[in-house]
Design a protein around this ligand. Structure first.
Ligand SMILES: Nc1nc2c(c(=O)[nH]1)N[C@H]1C(S)=C(S)[C@@H](COP(=O)(O)O)O[C@H]1N2
Ligand SMILES: [Mo]
Length: 530
């Protein structure tokens, strides 16, 4: 450290000795806030891609996903992403504060810290399939410089007091107020930059969907059946899950911090790996093919017994088997892996693609282009398999390979293969609800996609199993609605359900958590009848 020039020699301390660390910490935190704000503004340069902060968030997700196990898949549902982002900001400010607390003694620590963050951000963006390394390098250099400059500058001013002797030295309150103002300005700047970027992304997404117009109709259509138990009619059961889950209510699970924006004009689906004839298909190529439309129930492996990470939609798309046959899957191939534009991968046995089930390269959900959150422009849907091994959204590549390649969740502790287990759920009455005595339905849904459900039984207060009435289904690939008439008598009651699949598999009552291959147990609800 160089000697202080004489004129800057210790003036009467502006702030009492011993507060130097907290001043430094405040300056460091504001420096970190400056870096974050610069990165938010820089993100406007590439609104479609991943920003540096998103890329850092993606690295955090990818490394933490392993240690979270059973909650891992579910935690990336929706609101947790906001929590993750807020957490990231708080941690960055805390690190900035810690670096700043060294400013009195070793300013080099702060400089090193900001440089390290810049390097980490550049690396994280460079390895992010949707990030631009060049932009990140520039953004991170500017952000680190600006952040360090602000931290050093503020700390310098505050610890010297004001040079103008006429003005009284800064007191603690003034420092906090000024710090608050700086933070406020940065937060507003960052929020404006982010909302502009969100606006650009949103309009690109909706333009991309709209420009393409309606999806061509399917040559083969399997419709949802008439008279499902949610439809008005003699069999209607108030409160039962609709046979087709409304798109707005459809669960969303993925690791993407932001829904990837895909430019359909440049997007290509590559069919690669152990195939005789690799293919490259554009969106128009896919739409020009023969399309089929079928209702299929999909489920997340993280769904708890009785949970709602399950839903049914009419999926329209190209048969996966047809495309794979055209490419010519080679004899040694064991697994079909779908990869997304953001690097997520999910793989399933070759047989599941070729055994005649309606595995789809899906382009539409309930008659409209896939919503961005559900995979626009294209995703995979494989009847009978949990989403984490099959349902790749924002699909960019289909690869024939061996089991040596492991999909995203496999090294993170989830089973290599993920057939959906036989499961049932009570929708009516809801657990914990008050029920009036008298005749009323117990009702819900049951599913064993691709095998189909043949029987649903209910028992009340541990009594004998009673067979429920099953609603109509389109095929064995969807759930089935069921109901049972119950003469509810006053008191507390326990209602329990189990399903039997067409292959004879009776839903087990053995309770197991979602990890590693799907929860088991009987859904049980307790109600008070008055
Ligand atoms: N690109 C991508 N696709 C993905 C995922 C993901 O994280 N990234 N998650 C999978 C999981 S775990 C599930 S359960 C389904 C959920 O599909 P949905 O969000 O359309 O309901 O998407 C699958 N496809
Ligand atoms: Mo999932």
């Amino acid at each position: 450290m160089s000697e202080l020039p004489p004129e800057a020699a210790p003036e009467p301390a502006a702030v009492r000795p011993g507060t130097g660390r907290s001043l430094g910490a405040l300056a460091g935190a504001l420096g970190a806030a400056t870096s974050l704000a610069v990165l938010e503004v820089a993100a406007l340069l590439d609104p479609d891609g991943s920003s540096v902060l998103e890329s850092v968030g993606n690295r955090v997700i990818d490394s933490f996903a392993a240690s979270l196990k059973d909650v891992a898949v579910a935690i990336f549902g929706t609101s947790d992403k906001a929590a993750l982002q807020i957490g990231t900001v708080v941690i960055a400010l805390a690190i900035g504060a810690w670096l700043g607390s060294w400013l009195d003694r070793r300013p080099a620590v702060l400089l090193g810290g900001f440089a390290a963050f810049g390097a980490f951000g550049t690396w994280a963006t460079a390895v992010d399939p949707q990030g631009s390394a060049v932009l990140a390098l520039v953004a991170c250099a500017v952000a680190a410089l600006a952040g360090a400059t602000v931290a050093l500058g503020l700390h310098g001013r505050w610890s010297r007091g004001t040079p103008d002797a006429a003005e009284p030295a800064l007191d603690r309150r003034a420092v906090l107020v000024r710090g608050g103002v700086v933070l406020g300005v940065l937060a507003v700047g960052a929020a404006v930059a982010r909302s502009v970027r969100d606006g650009i992304r949103e309009s690109r997404l909706s333009q991309a969907v709209a420009r393409r117009g309606p999806i061509p109709s399917a040559a083969t259509v399997v419709s949802a059946p008439e008279g499902t138990l949610d439809q008005p009619g003699p069999d209607q059961v108030e409160g039962i899950s609709p046979y087709l889950t409304p798109v707005d209510d459809f669960f969303r699970i993925d690791t993407a911090l932001r829904v990837p924006v895909v430019d359909v004009d440049r997007w290509r689906l590559a069919v690669t790996g152990m195939v005789d004839r690799p293919l490259e298909l554009s969106y128009d190529d896919l739409l020009a093919r023969e399309l089929i439309e079928v209702p299929i129930t999909i489920q997340c492996v993280s769904n708890e017994v009785g949970g709602d990470l399950v839903g049914t939609a009419s999926w329209r798309g190209v048969r996966l088997a047809e495309v794979l046959r055209e490419a010519g899957v080679q004899g040694g191939a064991e697994q079909i892996v779908g990869e997304s534009v953001d690097g997520f991968t999910a793989g399933f046995p070759v047989e599941a693609a070729l055994d005649g089930r309606d595995a789809l390269i899906a382009v539409a959900m309930d008659g409209r282009p896939l919503p961005p959150e559900h995979g626009f422009p294209v995703r995979l849907i494989v009847p009978g398999l949990y989403g984490y091994v099959s349902a790749t959204k924002w699909l960019s590549e289909i690869r024939a390979t061996t089991w040596d390649e492991a999909g995203y969740w496999i090294p993170r502790g989830w089973a290599r293969e993920g057939p959906i287990k036989t499961m049932s759920r009570i929708d009516v009455p809801r657990s914990g609800s008050d029920v009036e005595a008298g005749a009323r339905p117990i009702a819900g849904v049951a599913w064993a996609p691709h095998r189909g459900i043949v029987r649903v039984e209910v028992r009340i207060d541990g009594g004998a199993w009673q067979e429920a009435t099953l609603g109509p289904t389109a095929s064995e690939d969807t759930w089935i609605q069921w109901w049972l008439r119950w003469d509810a008598t006053p008191g507390d009651h326990e209602l329990e359900v189990r399903a039997t699949a067409a292959d004879g598999d009776v839903q087990t009552d053995a309770e197991a958590p979602p990890a590693p291959d799907g929860a088991t147990g009987h859904h049980t609800v307790r109600v008070a009848v008055r």
